[in-house]
Write a protein that binds this ligand. Structure first.
Ligand code: SAJ
Length: 421
């Protein structure tokens, strides 16, 4: 089997190398000369455990090459980005997907399968991609098999999850679905879930929307509890003792390239219906502003002048800052206050200071915005040079709370009454 992948990013590259590792001949295509050059020289530009070793092996076995242009093959996989458009509802920008499809059209032959892995709005495969392929004379389901097979892997665990997760295989026709199941059967050990292309598109979006809406519920609970003077973290703990309740964790907002992006694809398709999803997005988007207000209150109460931000990335133990609430919080603090702001993130070495100790020198507030392991056990030594050792933990991840003179947690502010446990 020969696989041609368009887009060698977070999803396209690991998927290509997984096919190569399981015997397929793979050509990976990217528009970036830099990416293609680095990959052919054996270097991976994204941080993902085990990926470079997979590349080394695939190059050695001559099962993988990177290229700027596509070529003929059996299976074409589209794994290019789909950002939000800056229109009213942030709909799905299909520019790269359409370009990718146009780029493979000259190489398509009867019997080929085209798989879309990029996250797309509901009905895109049938309403937009199918006509693009049919306009050059092929019939979908007879000549070309068209499938939407959304990726669902978690950064940091991609190679494990590609093999072990259940996979949704959404064909435009039954034959298309069967082709998709056969192809992924090469390495997927999880279940193959046959579906229509549209159900696959919406299922993928709803997975991330489910999480976004649930996080919004936890964040709204924090807002309500703050007003009522109730400890929200205890409330979550108590409610989660119910066998069918799982309230998520509140935080400074929702970042990353999935949860903060995908719900808008649904909203844009049915704005008058997607009320709850839209409201959840609004609540999560307001959280950075709420944190900034809390910081101002804490600083005023303690007469502080210097804030140390701990954590830039959108979640713990990754180097990804896309849509990170930290960026918004820092911008807002810089814009609307006169505090000195210092930043430290062990995963984003190029920004800010090079150690926690250095970042905390003379500081009045350690503001934890990301749950990196490095922050969970902040030591007495690391905070020794703070002017006033005060902590505001917006992720509720710091365990060494008694090192601090005062500690504030999101959902559990000191002025707030503690619930009797
Ligand atoms: N967050 C909270 N409270 C929580 C959980 C998360 O505030 O209780 C925040 C995080 O801090 C972060 C954001 O939400 O800012 C997103 O983090 P995440 O780990 O939930 O999600 P992603 O974006 O890294 O990965 C998701 C995953 N989807 C689901 O869990 C439903 C992953 O499986 C998908 O592959 C990925 O999106 C994707 O590509 O769609």
């Amino acid at each position: 089997m020969k696989v041609v992948t368009i887009g060698l990013g977070y999803i396209g590259l690991p998927t290509s190398l997984m096919f190569a590792r399981h015997g397929a001949e793979v050509v990976g295509v990217d528009i970036s000369k830099r990416v293609v050059g680095f990959l052919n020289a054996g270097h991976v530009l994204i941080e993902e455990p085990g990926l470079e070793a997979y590349l080394t092996e695939a190059l050695l076995q001559q099962k993988f090459k990177a290229s700027l242009i596509p070529e003929e093959g059996d299976v074409f996989i589209i794994a290019v980005p789909t950002p939000n458009l800056s229109d009213k509802y942030g709909s799905c920008d299909l520019t790269y997907v359409k370009k990718a499809i146009e780029s493979i059209l000259p190489y398509l032959k009867k019997g080929n399968t085209v798989i879309i892995e990029s996250t797309i709005a509901p009905c895109t495969t049938e309403d937009i991609i199918q006509p693009l392929i049919e306009k050059v004379g092929f019939q979908i389901g007879e000549d070309i098999f068209l499938v939407h097979c959304p990726e669902r892997v978690l950064p940091g665990k991609i190679l494990h999850e590609l093999v072990n997760n259940n996979r949704i295989i959404g064909g435009v026709t039954e034959k298309c679905t069967q082709k998709g199941i056969e192809i992924y059967g090469l390495f997927v050990k999880g279940k193959s879930l046959g579906a229509s292309a549209s159900a696959a598109e919406l299922a993928k979006l709803m997975e991330n929307t489910y999480r976004d809406v649930n996080i919004a519920l936890a964040n709204e609970l924090v807002l309500i509890s703050e007003k009522l003077g109730i400890d929200a973290l205890s409330v979550i703990q108590l409610a989660n003792e119910h066998p069918r309740v799982d309230i998520h964790q509140p935080g400074p907002g929702v970042g990353g390239h999935c949860l903060a992006v995908d719900p808008y694809f649904i909203i844009a398709k049915a704005p008058e219906r997607a009320q709850l999803i839209h409201q959840a997005r609004k609540i999560n988007s307001q959280m950075p502003g709420f944190i900034v207000n809390q910081v101002q209150e804490i600083m005023e109460e303690n007469k502080g002048t210097k804030v140390t931000v701990l954590g830039l990335t959108y979640k713990g133990n990754v180097d990804d800052i896309r849509e990170s609430p930290s960026l918004q919080i820092i911008n807002e603090l810089e814009r609307s206050t006169s505090y000195q702001i210092v930043i430290f993130d062990p995963y984003v070495a190029e920004v800010g200071t090079s150690s926690i100790e250095e970042a905390l020198v003379n500081s009045d507030l350690a503001l934890v915005l990301t749950d990196h392991d490095e922050f969970k056990e902040i030591s007495e030594k690391q905070i020794r040079n703070m002017k006033t050792p005060i902590l505001f933990d917006t992720k509720n991840c710091v365990k060494t709370l008694n090192q601090f003179e005062k500690e504030y947690s999101l959902g559990r502010l000191p002025s707030v009454k503690q619930l009797e446990m």
